[in-house]
Unconditional design. Structure first.
Length: 460
């Protein structure tokens, strides 16, 4: 019925236990003390352990601690010749399943061991169920029945159980971090840290320090040594969002980590071993970036072992209704407001909108509607979409450029024109972002360092 370990330094007691437990078809192993028990526990999995409390080379509590370290679902039953309440409380406090006092009734002992084995089976079944629930939780926000999103979920399932590097691509707001978290939750490292960093939100020097750590005195202000995110994510997962914005120096260091499993802190020559699964994401075309010399080709192939492309929301409009149901429920719970359904007319309006901000923009629209909407259902007027939104932005932009070009003089300095236009666009982006350069850089599709260079150039 169960696989048992009997631990007792009295041969006669082991013989009695073995003979009676085999009546219930148990498979028994024996140890004459704690040392033998530890060796067996390191090599075998048991359904239950029956251990004496006092032995020549240790105690039953030593055996219990070893069981907790090797397989915490295994049930432990204590035997003792001294039936004290204190000892019973001590063993149960440390996680023992039950406690029997010598001399014990053999039928009671057999019944206790049967219950201990059943308890172990239940614990292990619950552990399996918790694992399956975590897997479901990992993809519960990746909503939709479109072909594109079904393919994304299938790829998550297939790649999660490996340690392969994954490159997640898609427009801003499509849910790249959700996919990364789902891969982690479904994977071998789900019990270890998941750490995310936005590579576009930091300067070159700060990003290197954050990722790889630094030694004391490595730069001004480095008053003490500090480990980076690779060390913090040891045995877990590191998600590099907007990886295309990395500087050439950071790209070289990242390639070294992926190739050797070693990092070097800024200001150090000593390599440190790390065991980290890297998931990367970008809204850019990395193949175009390395062809133009902005991204290392060898790093691209290291990152894109398994590519996952998330379709934009405008290409999976059939998912908008399901997304609305999921998001309104989630947002209402977070904002402590009443959840409301989206009316048919409002849903038709949303279906005609191109959603340049994708699912993130839809969530923002729904949050505003839930807070300000006055009716039992969310109405079209609760969604203040941009005028002419049904026309893709690219067409509107092209038309504006053509109109602008038609008014240009016959002779001009193209470099001066482009510089002036760039200056105006940069200033407008910063003004519309309330002076927050990280947001302005995101809107312009630039890294923080690139935007900082342009601001410095045009402020002279």
């Amino acid at each position: 019925m169960g696989k048992l370990l009997i631990v007792d330094d009295e041969p006669n007691m082991r013989r009695i236990l073995r003979a009676n437990l085999r009546l219930d078809s148990h498979l028994t192993f024996e140890a004459s003390g704690t040392s033998e028990a530890k060796e067996l526990l390191s090599n075998e999995d048991f359904d239950a352990v029956i251990t004496d409390q006092k032995m020549h080379d240790g105690s039953g509590l030593d055996v219990l601690r070893e069981v907790r370290d090797s397989n915490p679902t295994t049930s432990v039953v204590f035997l003792t010749a001294v039936g004290t309440v204190e000892l019973a409380v001590e063993s149960m406090r440390h996680g023992a399943f039950d406690f029997l006092t010598k001399p014990f009734d053999l039928d009671v002992m057999r019944a206790t061991i049967r219950r201990a084995c059943e308890h172990t089976i239940l614990l292990r079944e619950n552990a399996v169920l918790r694992t399956e629930v975590r897997k479901l939780e990992g993809t519960d926000e990746i909503v939709g029945s479109s072909d594109g999103i079904r393919q994304v979920r299938e790829l998550i399932t297939r790649v999660a159980g490996t340690n392969s590097t994954v490159l997640i691509t898609g427009e801003t707001g499509t849910g790249k971090e959700l996919v990364a978290r789902a891969i982690h939750r479904n994977g071998l490292r789900s019990h270890r840290p998941f750490i995310a960093i936005n590579c576009a939100a930091m300067t070159e020097s700060l990003l290197e320090s954050e990722l790889f750590g630094h030694e004391r005195g490595a730069f001004t202000g480095a008053d003490k040594a500090r480990g980076g995110l690779f060390e913090a994510a040891h045995e877990g997962t590191l998600f590099l969002d907007e990886v295309a914005e990395m500087s050439p120096a950071a790209q070289a260091k990242l390639l070294r980590v992926l190739s050797t499993g070693e990092i070097q802190r800024v200001g150090s020559t000593v390599p440190r071993k790390v065991d980290v699964r890297v998931l990367a994401a970008t809204h850019r075309d990395l193949q175009e970036r390395f062809q133009s010399g902005q991204f290392r080709e060898d790093l691209f192939y290291r990152l894109a072992v398994v590519p996952i492309s998330i379709p934009p929301l405008r290409e999976r409009r059939e998912d908008i209704g399901e997304l609305c149901r999921m998001l309104t429920s989630k947002i209402a719970g977070e904002m402590k407001v009443q959840s409301k359904p989206v009316s048919r007319d409002a849903l038709e309006r949303l279906n005609s909108y191109p959603f340049p901000g994708n699912v993130r923009e839809l969530a923002n629209l729904l949050e505003r509607a839930l807070i300000l909407g006055r009716q039992a259902e969310l109405q079209p007027e609760d969604f203040p979409l941009q005028a002419g939104a049904a026309v893709p932005k690219s067409l509107s932009f092209s038309s504006a450029i053509e109109e602008f070009a038609a008014q240009l003089p016959e002779q001009l300095d193209i470099r001066e024109l482009l510089a002036t236009l760039e200056k105006i666009v940069v200033e407008r982006a910063i003004d519309s972002s309330a002076g927050v350069q990280a947001e302005a850089a995101r809107r312009l599709g630039l890294s923080r360092s690139d935007l900082g260079y342009k601001v410095g150039k045009y402020s002279k």
